[in-house]
Design a protein. Structure first.
Length: 172
């Protein structure tokens, strides 16, 4: 008799952002299961950063953009709460003011290689079972790879949006 293990119900959310040109920032959130399979994806529209914002927010601008404008908005869109949120930028650390979910900052490996089971991370807040979840995930997934998927998906969405805008302009 063959038994099949049920898929784990644990979910990990990856939160990332990228600059789109000089004045825009776009964020993406990918939720995966412990096998690395996507369960949910959301991205923001480009957030425009004005010169006035740069002046008025000063050093707090990056945190404001990443946490208040991108991170909080993406977490609010989730249909199911993840067990852990992994971030790849320190600018997302203040996201703890918007959620009680456990958050960990994935740090680069000392040799710059893939972030596998030996990956280092920094706990941003007190989280239940973070170490266990990360260890389980690292058995099947390069911990940094889902961040690459987010950035690729954002680039693809931006290309589709640009093409659609071009089609509308041609039709007018």
């Amino acid at each position: 008799m063959t038994t099949f293990a049920l898929p784990s119900t644990e979910r990990v959310a990856y939160l990332a952002s990228t600059h789109a040109g000089d004045r825009y920032l776009v964020g993406g959130l990918l939720v995966i299961d412990l096998r690395g399979r996507p369960l949910e994806f959301h991205c923001t529209a480009p957030v425009e950063v004005s010169r006035a914002q740069k002046i008025l927010f000063g050093q707090s601008l990056e945190s404001h953009l990443h946490c208040d404008c991108i991170g909080a908005a993406l977490l609010a869109k989730l249909r199911q709460q993840p067990d852990l949120v992994l971030i790849d930028q320190r600018a997302f650390r203040a996201l703890t003011t918007h959620t009680e979910l456990p958050i960990a900052l994935l740090l680069e490996t000392p040799d710059g290689g893939p972030a596998n089971g030996t990956a280092r991370y920094e706990l941003v807040n007190d989280g239940r079972n973070i170490r266990t979840i990360i260890e389980k995930l690292a058995e099947t997934v390069d911990l940094a790879e889902p961040f690459e998927r987010i950035l690729d998906a954002i680039r693809e969405a931006n290309q589709c949006l640009s093409a659609a805008e071009g089609d509308r302009a041609d039709a007018a």
